[in-house]
Design a protein around this ligand. Structure first.
Ligand code: ZN
Ligand code: ZN
Length: 390
């Protein structure tokens, strides 16, 4: 009976404490699966700044110089430059303080060397070494903003990107929960290639927007879509993803019209184009005269129309590897046996247009202006978690 009562109180206590932390849960640390898009069987790990400790199961050593790690059977082999050698079930590299920098260079894959701050875990798996970085949320976000937003842009643009990346992080915090980390470092989640150069404005963009996220009219974290250049009009979210996203509505964008990715052309042999249309089920009679193949898209539409027949433009984009689905089709006047595709923009076109937002940043707009311009009816606010984030 006593035991039962104790359990009941314990349960109540746990419920109250989880509710409390749930309401105020804003994670400060994040676990990232590194080199997620690669199979890593061996790597060179080098402490580049500060003191580091290697923990091989229950044995700890000071890390000195390069450490070679590799998968041997179902264990990790660790070999230090100082002759230290050990086989273990789990390897940890831990810095003495938060300024420590460590570099990882996987061997036999062309991923290159990347630098990180945080605690590195190396776990053997049948498919290779699992590399997990436990780092501060701010270090991670600065790295993502740098990778996704480029090296040279205005501070307000970086802030917009920081708020969107933070929103994504919280919305998808446990995307890889069953693998022992929160998010991966590939485009599957958010591209993260390590720490940016010290003093880079992306760090400021993260600290000056601390805790801020974007929510929709129901207070839910939004789908934080962004792309390189919309070509003058953003896409409706419904054309890119399935789901109810009223904040992803088409926006006429004049800011990106002179951006690097504003326009593109592609020349295709007429016979290849005709064959493609046949494969798509367009009947022979629709292919003649060839002037009938022409198509104009002054505003974004969803389909290439040939009489009563249609092909989704998103499918054509994918099949031909085009930069966008926002293009016209014409017969080349200089060579009537070729078709010219004249396109605008780069990317799926939904949400924030990066080249447009960069221009806005240059013209003195704030990150609030940018986010509200590209996302309809959203609120930028301090994150108040509704669900507990582990
Ligand atoms: Zn992922
Ligand atoms: Zn644009």
């Amino acid at each position: 009976m006593i035991r039962f009562a104790f359990r009941k109180y314990l349960f109540l206590l746990l419920t109250i404490s989880s509710l409390w932390s749930g309401l105020h849960a804003s994670p400060t640390r994040v676990r990232i699966g590194l080199f997620y898009e690669w199979l890593v069987f061996s790597a060179v790990v080098t402490p580049e700044q500060g003191e580091w400790i290697v923990v091989a199961d229950s044995f700890a050593y000071p890390a000195q110089g390069m450490t070679y790690v590799s998968l041997v059977g179902d264990r990790v082999l660790f070999r230090g430059e100082n002759g230290m050698k050990r086989i273990c079930e789990k390897l940890l590299l831990r810095p003495a303080d938060s300024t420590g920098v460590i570099a990882i260079r996987p061997l036999h894959i062309p991923a290159g060397k990347r630098q990180y701050r945080g605690i590195l875990e190396i776990i053997p798996e049948p498919t290779g070494l699992k590399l997990i970085l436990d780092t501060s949320l701010e270090e991670y976000l600065a790295g993502v903003v740098y990778t996704e937003g480029g090296e040279t842009a205005g501070i307000e643009f970086y802030k917009a990107q920081a708020v969107l990346c933070r929103t994504y992080t919280f919305r998808h915090f446990d995307k890889h929960g069953d693998e022992g980390f929160h998010l991966c470092d590939g485009v599957h989640c958010q591209a993260f290639l390590g720490i940016p150069p010290s003093g880079h404005p992306v760090y400021r963009s993260v600290t000056e927007t601390r805790g801020m996220v974007v929510t929709d009219s129901n207070g839910e974290l939004i789908t934080t879509a962004f792309h390189s250049n919309c070509g003058g009009q953003t896409a409706d979210g419904h054309n890119v993803w399935i789901g109810d996203m009223p904040y992803l509505r088409p926006v006429k964008d004049t800011f990106c019209l002179y951006g690097r990715n504003a326009r593109w052309t592609r020349s295709v042999p007429l016979s290849d184009w005709e064959n493609y249309l046949r494969e798509q089920g367009i009947p022979e009679e629709m292919l003649h005269p060839k002037a009938g193949l022409e198509f104009f898209q002054p505003e974004r539409t969803d389909y290439y129309r040939l009489g009563d027949y249609t092909i989704p433009l998103a499918r054509i984009r994918e099949d031909w590897g085009l930069k966008s689905a926002f293009f016209d089709i014409g017969i080349d006047q200089a060579d009537q046996d070729r078709v010219i595709l004249k396109g605008r923009g780069y990317g799926h076109g939904a949400g924030l247009c990066q080249e447009g937002a960069m221009k806005m940043s240059e013209l003195g707009y704030t990150f609030y202006d940018m986010i509200r311009y590209y996302f309809y009816g959203v609120t930028i606010q301090e994150y108040v978690g509704k669900e507990e984030i582990p």
